[in-house]
Ligand binder design. Structure first.
Ligand code: GLU
Length: 309
């Protein structure tokens, strides 16, 4: 996709340098105790193009928890397991100015699939005999989408969040009281937190992004892994709701469907071109990686990746 590989590397290195100026800004997430133990100076960038070109910088072998980027996977699975109308009867499609774990944007239904209430809803739509089977299906989907077997469950992160997740627990019970689902609220909550505790690398997320950029088709053999209709929905929701309450501003400045997580990762997708993952754990007030959002902005400008021209 990028014609001159050497030149592309040079441009990316300059963008990284510009964005690392912000590396002391923000704080790592600490409301999940285990997340406070990460090294705030960690940095990784992976770009994987639909033609298979791959660019990796920094600690791209570093494992981190997927956190809210799992909301993309839950939406994909909810759309696979149900029809579109069934999904969007239960969860809305609109951005919100409230924080990702707020109860306010649950009117009759959660505002969108990328706030916690929305992802707890999509988790309830994932099919399976029991919790273990549902979670296995999610992990297998992540493996398939990332073309990687190095996807693991981070038990410490999971336990740490389960012990401190009163807000998400309230959201799960509230949704159940609104008849959004009739399953056991503890079980739906558990699946949601397990999904957030999946551990992977920047290369894995960039690969998921590349697959979305490729219309849901496997990069090497073209076989369909996600339907094009689902990819369109997922990318539209990433563009409008993927960057917490800064989604509009980010789209305006960066012009790339993206999804952020409180571990400090951001997944960006440039349809027809590439998937990008930046990992840098210090976050701004909304929960977006400071270096990550600055780097995506530079890359969008310097590599001409803005989807709006
Ligand atoms: N597990 C986190 C939570 O539910 C995910 C939040 C995020 O990454 O936005 O609070």
């Amino acid at each position: 996709m990028f014609k001159d590989k050497e030149k592309t590397i040079e441009i990316i290195e300059k963008s990284i340098k510009k964005s690392l100026v912000h590396s002391n800004e923000g704080d790592v997430a600490s409301y999940i105790p285990e997340l406070a133990n990460v090294d705030p100076t960690d940095f990784a960038l992976s770009i994987i193009c639909v033609d298979g070109q791959e660019y990796n910088f920094g600690d791209y072998n570093k494992l981190f928890s997927i956190q809210s980027i799992s909301k993309v996977i839950s939406l994909i699975m909810a759309l696979n397991d149900n029809n579109v109308d069934e999904v969007f009867e239960k969860v809305g499609t609109e951005p919100t100015k409230y924080k990702f774990n707020s109860l306010i944007p649950i009117d009759d239904i959660a505002a969108n699939p990328f706030i916690n209430a929305g992802a707890i809803t999509t988790s309830s739509l994932i099919k399976g005999k029991n919790l273990d089977e549902k979670f296995n299906r999610v992990v297998n989907m992540v493996k398939k989408l990332s073309n990687s077997d190095n996807i693991i469950f981070l038990e410490k992160v999971y336990k740490s969040e389960m012990d401190t997740t009163d807000v998400n627990r309230s959201i799960a019970y509230y949704l159940r009281s609104k008849k959004i689902f009739s399953l056991d609220a503890e079980e739906v909550l558990d699946l949601y937190i397990r999904n957030c505790s999946i551990g992977l690398h920047s290369t894995d997320l960039a690969h998921i992004g590349a697959l979305l950029a490729n219309g849901g088709k496997n990069l090497s053999n073209g076989s369909e892994i996600i339907s094009k209709d689902s990819v369109r929905i997922v990318l539209a929701q990433m563009a409008s709701c993927g960057m917490y309450e800064e989604s509009g501003r980010f789209l305006l400045e960066v012009g790339m469907p993206s999804k952020s997580g409180v571990s400090g990762a951001i997944l960006g997708v440039v349809p027809g071109k590439c998937g990008i993952c930046v990992y840098s754990p210090r976050l701004d007030k909304s929960g977006n990686s400071v270096v990550g959002k600055n780097l995506l902005k530079s890359l969008s400008e310097d590599l001409d990746l803005n989807i709006f021209l």
